[in-house]
Ligand binder design. Sequence first.
Ligand code: FRU
Length: 535
Amino acid sequence: NAMFSWQRTAFHFQPERNWMNDPDGPLYHKGWYHLFYQYNPDSAVWGNITWGHAVSTDLIHWLYLPIAMVPDSWFDWNGVWTGSATILPDGQIVMLYTGDTDNYVQVQNLAYPANLSDPLLLDWVKYSGNPVLVPPTGIAPKDFRDPTTAWLGPDGKWRLTIGSKVNTTGISLVYTTTNFTDYELLDTVLHAVPGTGMWECVDFYPVSINGTKGLDTSAGGPGVKHVLKASLDNTKLDYYALGTYFAENDTWVPDDPEQDVGIGLRYDYGRYYASKTFYDPVKERRILWGWINETDTENDDLAKGWASVQTIPRTVLYDNNTGTNILQWPVEELESLRLNSTDFDGVVVEPGSVVELDIGSATQLDILAEFEIESLGLEETNEVNGLCGSGATDRSSFGPFGLLVIADETLSELTPIYFRLANSSDGSFETYFCADERRSSKASDVFKQVYGSSVPVLDGETLSMRILVDHSIVESFAQGGRRVITSRLYPTEAIYGAARLFLFNNATGVNVKATLKIWQLNYAFIHPFPLDQMH
Ligand code: FRU
C-alpha cells in the first residue's frame, strides 16, 4: 500500500504490514537477538493477537520470521498476550505469557522452544498443563496480566511479578516457583501505589550504582538498586522509580516516596508504552524496548495498512551523577548506520530567529547538539507558566530554543524539540526539555500535543540533546538520556527530500550558541529472513 508510505521508517523496527503493540520476551540466543511482539496478522487494528517474531545480530538490522505463537488453545483463544523470557542457568528458555481464554479470563501460560539448538527458535511448544496461573482470590479476571522475567532468590526459588489492581490501587503480585509449572503466591505484594489503577507490563530489574555495565535480572546485594516500572492502563503511560529490593520479604521501597511508580518519573515523555527490558549477556548491558503507538485514527491506520513502531533499543544505566534517574541511550550499534556527517561550530541564533542547517534531506538523522546561552543583559522576566509553556511559540527570557525537525522549507510543518529555562526564586535555573507537535502535520485528524519534563542539569554541564529522526518518528534524549521524548509525527509536506532541519531561538533575552554534529543515517533494510534459501 503506497498510501502514507512516507511514514514508514528506515531504521526503526516495524512489521511489513498490520498491527503491532507491546514488545514481548526479548532475549539473546546463540548469536541472535530475538524480538517478539503483539501482532495482529489480519488487520492494522488491535485484535486476534499473536506473537510476531524477528531476529537480528546487532539489534538494528532485523529479519522477520514466521509468527511464533497463535491463539490455538482454550487458554489463549482470545489472544497470545504479553510475556517475558527467563533464561535458566543451564540455558533453557522459559517463556511466560498471558493468555486471554475462551472465556475472556486472563491466565498465565508457559511455553518453551521445541528445539533449543535452533538459533532462530522457530518452533514454540505450549506446556500441556497450561494455564500455570489463574487470577487469585480477590483479583478480577481481567486484571491479571503480563508476567515479568523471573529472578532467583537467595533460597533457590525463582520469583516473578505480575501487575494487577485492587480497587484503584495498582499492585504487583509476587509468585515463587522452582519448576515454572507450580507456583506459590506470596501474601505481600512487591509494591502498591494508591490511585494508579491497573498496572500493565510491570518490569523489575537491578541497576548497578557505580558501574557502567547492566545487570542480569537475578543480581543483587550491595551497590545495587532496583527499577520498578508499570505501564498505567488508565493513562497509557510508562512510569518508573528507583528503589531498594528486600529479598528477605520480596518487597521494594522507592528511594523517594514522592517519585513513586505512577506518580513520579516516566521513561519517555512522548508517545511510548508497554516497555520491557532484557539482559544482553554478550555486551553485558540491559536493553529497553518500547512501543510507539499511533496518534492518528483507526481509519487512517486501516488505510495505510499498518500501525505502530518499536523504539530503537536503549541501554539503561543508573545515573550516579544525579542519583535520581536512569540514563537511556540508543544502543551503540545504531552508529553503524551513520553515513556522512556535518559539523556546525558555535552557530549563533539570535532571539526570535531561525537558522537553517544545510545538510540536505533531513529524514534520517542522528543529531548531537550542545547549546550555550549568552545573556543580553535585558531585564530578566520569568513568565514561564510551568514546564513547556503552551509550546515553542510561548516566549520567555530564557527559552524556548532548540531544533525544528521534520520541517519543510517554508516552515508550514515543523516540530520543535527544545529547552526552556526558568529562574526560580532562589536564583537557580530549572530546565525543561520539550517537544511541540502542534504544527507537525497539516492533517487535522491526528492528535498533536506539547510534551515535556523538567530535566536535571548539574553545575558545569552544558545543555545537550541527541535526536534520532526517522521519517515519522523522532526520539529525543536530553542530558545524556536523563529524559527522553518520542514523537510520532504525520508530516504531509516535510517528507523525503523536502524535509529540512533548522535551529531556532524563541527566547527574548538570550543569544544561543549551538554546536552540532549531524549524521545522515542509512536504512536498516529490515526484511524477511531468507528461510527458503536455507532449506
Ligand atoms: C498493553 C497490553 C497488555 C496486554 C497486551 C494485549 O498494551 O494491554 O497488558 O498483555 O497489551 O495485546
